[in-house]
Design a protein around this ligand. Structure first.
Ligand SMILES: [Zn+2]
Length: 121
């Protein structure tokens, strides 16, 4: 079970929450000469780090309020949750500890399957 702590309701199962993308993305001021490339940059381009990411979540099956979360994308560790408008707390991410440098089980890399020579695709 994956548990998220809503800053308003407390600990709840992941199934009660909806992911809202990267947090702290500022909408650019509208300009007459704004190019499609600039607008697309705002709409689609995100940092996508392997490490600490500030994310927006909504407690969809609970209080239905948005909040922010600092999550280590390599390990799925939830480092902090905080309300919208609050300053993100300063945290440090735990580095993955496997010899290959990848995170241990639960890293979110389950979709990647390495095919060895001689194995069928
Ligand atoms: Zn809640």
């Amino acid at each position: 079970m994956f548990v998220i702590t809503c800053p308003y309701c407390g600990e709840r199962d992941l199934s009660e929450f909806a992911y809202g993308g990267e947090a702290h993305i500022a909408r650019p001021e509208w300009r007459e000469d704004m190019s499609d490339a600039e607008w697309a940059e705002f709409l689609f381009m995100r940092t996508n780090p392997k490490g600490i990411l500030a994310e927006r979540w909504m407690h969809a099956a609970g209080c239905r309020r948005f909040f922010n979360m600092l999550r280590n994308t390599a390990t799925d560790d939830i480092l902090a949750v905080y309300r919208i408008g609050e300053t993100p707390p300063k945290v440090e991410a735990r580095l993955p500890a496997t010899p290959s440098g990848e995170a241990p089980i639960g890293s979110g890399n389950d979709a990647v399957k390495i095919i060895q020579p001689g194995e069928g695709a």
